[in-house]
Design a protein around this ligand. Sequence first.
Ligand SMILES: Cc1ncc(C[n+]2csc(CCOP(=O)(O)OP(=O)(O)O)c2C)c(N)n1
Length: 333
Amino acid sequence: MTDGASTGLPDDVVTAMYTNMLGARLFSQRIFNLQRQGRAGTNAPIDGSEALVVGASFALDPEVDWILPQYRELVGLERFGSDVLDRYVLYCIGHPDGGHIPEPARVWPPQISLATQVPHAVGLAWGMKRAKEPGCALVFLGDGSTSEGDFYEAANFAGVLDAPVIIVVVNNGWAISTPITSQTRAKNFAEKSHAFGIPGITVDGTDAIAMYEAVADARTRAIAGAGPTLIEAVTYRLGPHTTADDPTRYVPSDELAAAQERDPIVVMRDEMKRRNLWSQEGEDAILAEADARMERAVVAGEARSLDPAEMFNHVYDEPTPRLARQRTEFQAK
Ligand SMILES: Cc1ncc(C[n+]2csc(CCOP(=O)(O)OP(=O)(O)O)c2C)c(N)n1
């Protein structure tokens, strides 16, 4: 497992990463609360993944690289443009425009069908290579999603095609209530890379700097034409799977308590303190700014008109006769 503690990352970058991590957790908690108030649909909190998401996003170039998230990461991608959070809020409140994040933000929308984002990422990266575009694609998927055929098929193609793609398996210990011990007999998720003939490494996903370094190395390889890398980012899911889950029914409390000792926010705060960059006033100011930022996103999102019949619009380019009939019936009610 790599350790990022001793790196030479500049103080301003570390501060910016910590700011994004604090923001990510706050945004996620606010969206969770919106669901409890009946103002948003089911959503998946980021708690535990802040370091690996922010670390990865800082190692990429938002001008030329792409990020393909699963569904837990979007609140942590501020560096890729303010549209990412704004559109994610729209997505959570059920607005169809939340299903598309416009460029220049090079981030794809959340993906609920597990692992389907991996073939998308490999295809995108291969296309970039063929078009001789600079940059690479990075895709997140969970430990549970590695049991999907899409993961194996796409990772195999990535290896064969030397696609400039970074495949990040977020090992947070759980796939809803399925623990990793019931997910695979492999020793870890990084070793699955052997089957694809690509490098695989395991990184401490609670350490944003370690994640930054791992992704920066993988990116260097990708854009040099050396092909894909599989990164297993090890963390622990500190919250429920989604707003629809009660983890107290299955997560052992001692295991959770041990994981809380390695809360990614605490790990990064310790690094801030070690560098004399942290103060309570500074932290309060970051949180106040993030709170105001979130408030703006929610106010703007809720001000958008929402016609429920729009749900029929984006299924097919040309609606099928049955869909057209359903739309008419729906509007007649
Ligand atoms: C193809 C498919 N099968 C099942 C589900 C139901 N489902 C939603 S989330 C989830 C667990 C995913 O776990 P993991 O990939 O480890 O990601 P995590 O939620 O832990 O971040 C399952 C089984 C789904 N969304 N898609």
